[in-house]
Write a protein that binds this ligand. Structure first.
Ligand SMILES: [Cu+2]
Length: 150
């Protein structure tokens, strides 16, 4: 009898926990970094770019508010054609909607690393980048440097 009551109690707690958990999970963004890489910089380069996909698998939008890197200045750029010229425009406070993604690719959005030491951005190196989101906080990603295959 006592044992059965304990069992019911246990099941009730489990049920409550799963309800709380799903309510909590549904109201959060879920930021995931996929396929990120940084372009190998030639010896004379002062800048290089990084590409990949930032996905938000959660049910709430989040905003990328800051990017930091100990090895270089870094910001989010978008390449746009203006009067027939490719220009790079700094993007601040980029919103990533729920169940949406921000694709960073050549001639579009990219991470711009500036004032680099080329030896630090050579093939095989890992560059640690901290992405700060309004809701998700700081997410640190180790991004590999790869040869430019374009
Ligand atoms: Cu750029």
């Amino acid at each position: 009898m006592n044992n059965r009551r304990t069992k019911w109690h246990y099941l009730l707690v489990l049920l409550l926990l799963s309800v709380i958990n799903s309510v909590y999970a549904d109201s959060q963004p879920e930021i995931v970094f996929e396929s990120f890489w940084i372009m190998d910089a030639p010896d004379v380069a002062r800048n290089t770019a990084g590409y990949g996909v930032i996905k938000n698998k959660g049910d709430t939008a989040d905003t990328l508010i800051n990017i930091r890197c100990d090895m270089a200045m870094v910001m989010l750029h978008k390449t746009a054609i203006q009067s027939g010229m490719a220009k790079m425009i700094h993007q601040s406070n980029s919103v990533i909607e729920a169940h949406a993604e921000l694709l960073l690719a050549p001639m579009s959005f990219h991470l711009m690393f500036m004032a680099i030491t080329p030896a630090n951005f050579s093939e095989g190196k890992l560059i640690t980048v901290q992405f700060e989101f309004e809701k998700s906080g700081v997410i640190e990603v180790n991004i590999p440097v790869k040869a430019n295959n374009y």
